[in-house]
Design a protein around this ligand. Structure first.
Ligand SMILES: [Zn+2]
Length: 505
């Protein structure tokens, strides 16, 4: 285990140390030979069941190999145990913080050890030594996963303003791409006033409580600021420090983008390439995180078709990382998840009689269970809107819901099933008491209830609306990737990354 900032260092002292250690940026055309880089890809809610859904789809329907499967094929593959301090199920803040710092931490906390002291992250460590740093996500950049690499707060649920000011405070992130612009603009203003590239559908009002204009501050600090895919691409060719903000809050689900006027929003792969372009000009190497955040949201919502599209989006971004690795072999690419979400599975959800199949030999094949087939993967892939979008459009009208489900999923649900999907308790929240026992979060409950009502048709079942405790597959390519074999706490990922950046291979 490598040394880290002592937990006895007081927060103020740590801040001073971090500030004093800011290294100057140096730009060259290409990284010099042997410059170590680390790209960490974290699929939020990307557990073993999510990974297998992506691979099964690609093999059986897409007739191709996903980038993650090719990476796993290298054999530098292991399992990360996602246990936080004193629990056996982890949240995204703690899981990311454990990978970022190498220490077990408490759920919900960002960059704070179990005794309440701030801990230095791999990104901060890298910045101190003059390496380039980047955070790329399709969530708000202050959301749990990216924030855990540069924020020290007692809770991920502190105000977005507090998280954003903390994230930007030390100036230690050179490239920040994602959403969450509402915490950058002055109270009372709209995001599009400062960032005209943000489309109306993704605009929003400031949630700051002060008149600070953080966009102006960032421009004064030498950041180039972009808010649409075209400007992102242009800036990537010359910027040294870049903020790309593409939404007031999270970026929308990939599956819903065609229903919205959001063509200016870059894909996760485009953001990854832009960040790599900029950071690869750093002479000293770089550390960069890429988060595929909406896989988790699809899991919480028990919406497998939406989740599949997010998995494929994440895989495209991984592909950009692997391509970069090919031409920059001193780069370590790691792909992992922070936890599983939802307990997704295909199963025999129909319980109907399974027809006999006479075989060529004369034997009658009579399987006990009607397990799903390739066709069920195709159904998921053809889904053209998220369950939350479908429900919003249906406005609690069961007949409309039947129509919309047919139009967007191809599944023919009955009117009774549609009514079941729209059950609300006396408190107005989705589902019966039984349902809420395994799906306690009402925010995703409506979508999950629709998933349950469709299970007989989709052959998809879920075990919860929350996170799961199973270990997550972890794999990599490049210097140090062999250390990812085996089974280990996810804090081990920190050591692997740091060893590579310190050239201890
Ligand atoms: Zn989650």
């Amino acid at each position: 285990m490598t040394t880290r900032t002592s937990k006895k260092i007081a927060p103020l002292l740590l801040s001073i140390m971090l500030l004093a250690a800011c290294g100057p940026a140096q730009d060259t055309e290409q990284p010099r030979a042997g410059t170590p880089n680390v790209i960490l890809f974290v699929g939020d809610g990307f557990g073993a069941t999510q990974m297998s859904l992506g691979i099964q789809y690609a093999r059986l329907v897409g007739q191709r190999e996903l980038n993650i499967e090719s990476l796993m094929g290298d054999g530098n593959t292991g399992y990360s145990l996602t246990l936080p301090f004193e629990n056996i199920v982890i949240d995204s803040a703690a899981s990311a913080a454990q990978m970022a710092t190498g220490q077990l931490v408490r759920n919900d906390m960002l960059g704070i050890d179990p005794d309440g002291y701030p801990i230095e992250s791999i990104l901060e460590w890298a910045h101190k030594r003059g390496l380039g740093t980047g955070l790329v996500t399709n969530m708000r950049i202050t959301h749990a996963t990216p924030a855990a690499f540069a924020v020290h707060q007692s809770s991920r649920y502190n105000s977005e303003q507090a998280l954003m000011d903390d994230l930007l405070g030390e100036g230690d992130v050179d490239v920040l791409l994602g959403g969450g612009a509402r915490a950058l603009v002055p109270a009372g203003s709209w995001v599009s006033e400062a960032l005209p590239g943000i489309p109306e559908d993704l605009d929003g009002e400031s949630n700051r409580e002060d008149a600070l204009n953080r966009i102006e501050d960032l421009a004064n600090q030498g950041y180039e600021i972009v808010s649409d895919a075209q400007s992102l691409q242009a800036a990537a060719s010359h910027a040294t420090k870049l903020i790309g903000m593409f939404s007031a809050s999270h970026l929308p689900y990939v599956i819903d983008r065609p229903h919205m006027n959001v063509s200016s929003v870059p894909t996760l792969a485009e953001m990854t390439s832009a960040a790599l372009n900029i950071l690869s000009r750093r002479d000293e190497g770089f550390f960069m995180l890429v988060e595929g955040g909406s896989i988790d949201f699809g899991g919480h919502a028990n919406d497998a078709g939406t989740m599949l599209q997010e998995i494929l989006e994440f895989d495209e971004a991984v592909g950009r990382g692997l391509k970069f690795q090919q031409s920059h072999p001193d780069t370590l690419v790691i792909v992992t998840g922070d936890h599983g979400t939802g307990g997704f599975s295909f199963t025999d959800a129909d319980f109907g009689p399974v027809p006999d199949v006479p075989l060529e030999s004369g034997i009658i094949y009579n399987p006990d269970f009607g397990y799903p087939t390739k066709e069920h993967l195709e159904i998921l892939f053809r889904q053209s809107a998220s369950y939350s979008y479908i429900l919003e459009q249906a406005s609690m009208d069961p007949e409309k819901l039947v129509e919309l489900v047919l139009a967007h999923t191809g599944l023919e649900m009955t009117l009774d099933e549609a009514k079941e999907a729209l059950v609300r308790g006396e408190d107005g929240l989705p589902g019966t008491e039984d349902f809420r026992r395994y799906h306690p979060d009402p925010d995703d409950g409506a979508s999950a209830l629709l998933g349950l009502a469709l299970a007989r048709h989709s052959f998809v079942v879920w075990s919860t609306g929350e996170h799961t405790s199973d270990p997550v597959p972890t794999y990599g390519r490049g210097p140090g990737a062999e250390k990812l074999r085996g089974i280990y706490p996810n804090t081990h990922i920190y050591s692997v990354m740091r060893d590579t950046l310190e050239r201890r291979n």
